[in-house]
Design a protein around this ligand. Structure first.
Ligand code: CDP
Length: 236
């Protein structure tokens, strides 16, 4: 399918039209951002690794019955996806306390969370993605109640599938962020699942294998992403 004009450029991916209105091309760039886009760096090969990583995860989720926007890989850094209307909230599930939860509530980093915590954030860099709840979503019309329930249920289903997938490869899925969209009146998982949007720790050493290496200036960012990909069997 032919790639046409650019429709949108996000912090790490760009979206292009195709001749079919129902599909768009997602192009994964090497740009890596933190702190709501205040810090941006190019990390060589990141676009390609995240594109292939995301394709692998989306395929595993589809096998588990989760509806996703992913159609197929087009090239090293491009994928074909459904052209959805995105719901402007981020869904976060946390199995272990880290990041903003620790800053907000003063709980211990690394504490196991049982049951896992679910949070909604408004997707808005200028406002620093504030936490919102189901009442805000209803009042401001960001999604219907039915869509909210569906996003929550799907986000927890993803947890069952991916907690096991990473555990089997010796890693802890600490937390992750998902975004959903609507395509032909149905809710689908959109955006990407990659080490840019989740926290993964080595189960033995608790070494960070995700974007926290970039946020915290730990170095070895791409090496860590490649290690995760290799451990779960992503063909790179
Ligand atoms: O990353 P930070 O500590 O600022 O926020 P968090 O609320 O602890 O993030 C929870 C999870 O969602 C982490 O895995 C983040 O990588 C991910 N996240 C994301 O991908 N994009 C955002 N805008 C916010 C969080």
């Amino acid at each position: 399918m032919q790639k046409l004009q650019q429709l949108y450029a996000g912090k790490a991916k760009s979206v292009f039209a195709t001749e079919d209105q129902d599909y768009v091309v997602l192009s994964f760039r090497d740009d890596t951002s933190a702190f709501d886009g205040e810090r941006i760096e190019q990390l060589s090969r990141k676009g390609e690794i995240n594109n292939k990583f995301n394709a692998f995860i989306m395929e595993q989720l589809a096998v588990a019955g989760i509806p996703t926007h992913f159609e197929k890989l087009l090239s090293a850094n491009e994928a074909l996806v459904k052209n959805m209307k995105m719901i402007p909230v981020e869904c976060v599930v946390r199995n272990v306390a880290s990041g903003s939860l620790v800053r907000r509530l003063g709980v211990e980093d690394g504490m196991e969370l049982n049951p896992p915590v679910f949070e909604f954030f408004l997707k808005n860099d200028a406002l620093h993605d504030p936490m919102v709840n189901e009442y805000h979503i209803a009042t401001f019309g960001w999604a219907t109640d039915e869509q909210v329930q569906r996003m929550k249920a799907l986000t927890f289903e993803v947890n069952q599938v991916l907690k096991k997938l990473f555990a089997d490869a010796g890693m802890i899925l600490v937390d992750y962020k998902l975004e959903f969209g609507v395509f032909k009146d149905e809710v689908y998982l959109g955006d990407e699942f990659s080490p840019d949007g989740c926290r993964l720790w080595d189960a033995e050493t608790r070494k960070k294998l995700d974007k926290d290496r970039f946020r915290q200036g730990l170095g070895g960012v791409i090496e860590a992403y490649e290690e995760v990909a290799q451990r779960i069997g992503v063909p790179l």
